[in-house]
Write a protein that binds this ligand. Sequence first.
Ligand code: SIN
Length: 285
Amino acid sequence: MDNHIRVEPVSPVIGAEVSGVALSQPLAPDAVAAIRAALMTHLVLFFRDQDLTWLQHKAFGRRFGDLHVHPAAPKDAEHPEILVVHADGNSKFVSGELWHSDVSCDVEPPLGSILRVEQVPSSGGDTLFASMYAAWEALSDRMQRLLGELTAVHEGRQYYIGRYGGENLRDGTYPLAEHPAVRTHPETGRSALYVNEGFTTGFKELKRAESDALLAFLVRHCASPEFQCRFRWRANSVAFWDNRCTQHHAVWDYFPEIRHGYRVTIQGDPPFYAPAARADRASAP
Ligand code: SIN
């Protein structure tokens, strides 16, 4: 393993600060392995003082998989994999101000996202992250059993239409997907709740009123402070999160100040649930 990389947890449940690595440089395989291992353990990693060009940002992302193109946001012609995250005094919305897992409405939702914030407000603009392993593990066996049999519908339209309009649709239409309500993480084998406020609109197997009530409960449950950490950005901070087992919420408390950054998103696989792979209560954190 790389001897220079240091990983300091920010909470026992989720999040770690990583130092001793310059993401702008080509990384040796042991450094990539150390970062991947830290991501599997801590679910979201925070790096400080990372001055990256778009090419360097994309090159870092590619060490973890193919890059994902956003289904609805405007795109740079040369760098369609870069998502601009921007808010100022004219903004009507900011990216991610609802609890969500990125683009869970895609049939193959992103594995992870790497956000670099270049300009920060004088205070505020933090991002909250929550562990969906912890959210799952806090549920009763009965509730886990019910959720293990449910299919959640995730709709891009409800989240994106008011934010981006329909002018930049990647596939000519808003994405729509059905995923298990709990998913098995393909690398750790752990179970993670996979239902979120931003994209999930209901459960296929339930009646409307049942589905609405269960979804409202789960959205509240996922936002429990015990499952969370909170990241305070500085200029050139980077956060790298695993979308398969986390949700995040960008706090817009700094209007009309400016917050500006860029996100590179890593392509994932179709979610699946394999209860036999469960190692929930044995793994840490
Ligand atoms: C996002 O959802 O990717 C935006 C998160 C943030 O701006 O902190």
